[in-house]
Design a protein around this ligand. Sequence first.
Ligand SMILES: Cc1cc2nc3c(=O)[nH]c(=O)nc-3n(C[C@H](O)[C@H](O)[C@H](O)COP(=O)(O)OP(=O)(O)OC[C@H]3O[C@@H](n4cnc5c(N)ncnc54)[C@H](O)[C@@H]3O)c2cc1C
Length: 300
Amino acid sequence: MKVVYDLIIIGSGPAGINSGIYAARYKLKTLIIGEINGGMAASAHEICNLISYKTIKGFEFAMKLKEQIEHLGVKIISKKVVDIKKDKLFEVNVEDEIFFSKKIIFATGSEKRKLNIKDEGKYVGRGISYCATCDAAFFKNKIVSVVGGSDAALTAALLLSEFASKVYLIYRKDKFFRAEPAWVEAVEKNEKIQTMFNLNVIELFGEKFLEKIKLDNGLILDASGLFIEIGSNPSSNLASQLGVNLENNFIIVDINQETNIKGVFAAGDVTNNNLKQIITAAAGGAIATTQIYKEIKSDV
Ligand SMILES: Cc1cc2nc3c(=O)[nH]c(=O)nc-3n(C[C@H](O)[C@H](O)[C@H](O)COP(=O)(O)OP(=O)(O)OC[C@H]3O[C@@H](n4cnc5c(N)ncnc54)[C@H](O)[C@@H]3O)c2cc1C
């Protein structure tokens, strides 16, 4: 017999998990489908702005999300949604199975941007990384570079300085105007980190593994590791296929987190909210689920 969920949440980051927490409290029949447990937050070195924690590692935070959702008994599966259709119900396809639901929340977050230079793909896992938290420990006593100027880039450089012998922090602008002042100060005080402004990485060298990088001023640096932290793109393709309206690829939502398509909601970094953080992602999930509960209760 066909199982019909009240709600399918796509994504198991802070927006998806908090949607699930509220759905459990509202006793909605819910399924969460998420590829990466904890989402982007899992790759945060240290989260220092989260209510109720002085500080918590991203990985530990992701484990706590999983623990909490499992404790509430919400069904969660680690798969990638590859297609979604709307008939009377939504049909959510994860390659080997199709799930049916009355409502959908896109909590799909975003994907790390690539530098898009020659051989970038060749060196992924062989020196190039998009996640310092995951890979920093592999670079003990090595020379590494970080590209970017946001909080993510600065915190990656700080984490790497705990392992590497030297960290170049390469940024295309002339100052860190997007980063939190506290992180900028920590980077400036760190003797292992050398900041290099107004520069871009343009070429990569190495036999099997990355060995050197070339900058657009001609300088060639030793680099066993290159950490790319230049932002991310919203994962809104599936929503777009359903006809959801986007703005610069972010899903447009109203004050209830609903999109232009009836029954389709979105929360977190994939939406056009003004602040891409854990707290706002979680809040968006709570608002979306509350509206869904009201609609399901009144059979809209
Ligand atoms: C290095 C770093 C440090 C950070 N530090 C902080 C911090 O200190 N404080 C803070 O508040 N924020 C921080 N952030 C930002 C924070 O991580 C994000 O704002 C937050 O994770 C957004 O949550 P989300 O649930 O919207 O998306 P995400 O966390 O990106 O989760 C998206 C989820 O959707 C899944 N998904 C996507 N497409 C599919 C699909 N087709 N099928 C199935 N699943 C899919 C992903 O696997 C993932 O589970 C940091 C981010 C980074 C990268």
